[in-house]
Ligand binder design. Structure first.
Ligand code: MN
Length: 332
């Protein structure tokens, strides 16, 4: 997916006012139209003004269920990425992926498609003619400094589903419920779809060094006791070795659990690029415009996306929440 938010960078968080921090932070999504000829709108829960990252997860877009006859579905022309990985995870529909490595893949429900940009990759994403309802998430992972110039890569993995209480858990990255995804990550990371039966409670053993985010697709779910509505993202700080999820409704609930060890680097994020400085971003933009670094996507019917203009104010780095009085040791 391509980030078309007009000014997605200026969300450096501010220190709190000393008020008590709730155990689970609840983040509401904001609607972001993807632009272009299609009318598709996504619900963005990451980054937030008050929280830029959960582990290395730096971007979370949630969309659908969309009737593609009405919205036109997804058609994202070739565009570049650097310094990140993209995770495409669908609940319904099908997306055709092409990238500058020559990968031609179909993204389908319950199947992980992980694209590592490393130093540079470009790709296109188009919902297929078979798709009637498009529904899923697009997630980005920031690459740590020592790996952000790595070679581009594309991985496909179909996780199984294991039962934990009244929950079905599909682990696409990392380890949960005794299952470890074979797909390697560049920092300690967790990504899983968790479907809860009506009225079900699941107690999951989690890594206490991880912070966690729970995105609710549908249903009424409590995360560690805090109720979350559909499309909200709950955040739980490190320190817990178990996470309790409860579906209070009479219908099935579906969630996506993200986790990781706190990402200690500050990043600069603009358009489809993650870097460490304004200069990184300016160079990536110039390389895309010049037709270098990001290769070529073959087989897409149309022109590639032009880079938007850089904002006139400087891009600011952002990182983990730092609250008043915590200095450089924000770990709780
Ligand atoms: Mn993309």
């Amino acid at each position: 997916m391509s980030n078309v938010e007009p000014n997605p960078t200026d969300s450096r968080h501010t220190s709190g006012d000393g008020s008590r921090v709730p155990e689970v932070e609840v983040h509401s999504p904001r609607d972001v139209p993807l632009g272009g000829p299609r009318a598709m709108t996504v619900r963005r829960t990451l980054p937030q003004r008050s929280r830029s990252l959960i582990g290395a997860w730096c971007f979370a877009d949630h969309y659908g269920p969309d009737d593609v006859a009405r919205t036109g579905g997804m058609d994202v022309a070739p565009h570049p990425h650097t310094g990140l990985q993209t995770v495409s995870w669908l609940f319904s529909g099908e997306i055709e992926h092409r990238d500058s490595l020559g990968t031609h893949a179909y993204v389908r429900p319950g199947e992980l498609n992980l694209m590592t940009s490393g130093y540079g990759i470009s790709h296109s994403e188009v919902s297929t003619a078979r798709t009637t309802v498009l529904h899923g998430v697009q997630l980005w992972v920031a690459l740590p400094e020592e790996h952000r110039h790595t070679a581009p890569d594309f991985r496909h993995h179909v996780p199984g589903t294991v039962r934990v209480g009244g929950a079905g858990v599909s682990v696409f990255l990392g380890t949960l419920a005794g299952v470890t995804s074979p797909v390697p990550t560049f920092s300690p990371l967790l990504g899983a779809e968790i479907v809860l039966e009506p009225g079900a409670t699941a107690v999951l053993a989690v890594d206490p060094a991880f912070e966690h985010g729970l995105l609710v697709d549908h249903g009424s779910v409590r995360m560690a006791g805090t109720p979350l509505r559909p499309a909200e993202l709950g955040y739980l700080a490190p320190g817990s070795d178990r996470l309790t999820l409860t579906n209070e409704s009479g219908d099935t609930a579906r969630t996506v659990l993200l986790g990781g060890t706190p990402f200690e680097e500050e990043i600069v994020m603009w358009w489809n690029f993650v870097g460490r400085s304004q200069q990184d971003i300016e160079e990536a933009r110039a390389d895309w415009t010049a037709g270098s670094r990001f290769g070529e996507v073959r087989g897409y019917d149309g022109d590639r996306l032009p880079a938007p203009g850089l904002p006139t104010v400087g891009l600011r780095p952002r990182g983990r929440v730092r609250r008043a009085g915590e200095g450089d040791s924000p770990r709780r």
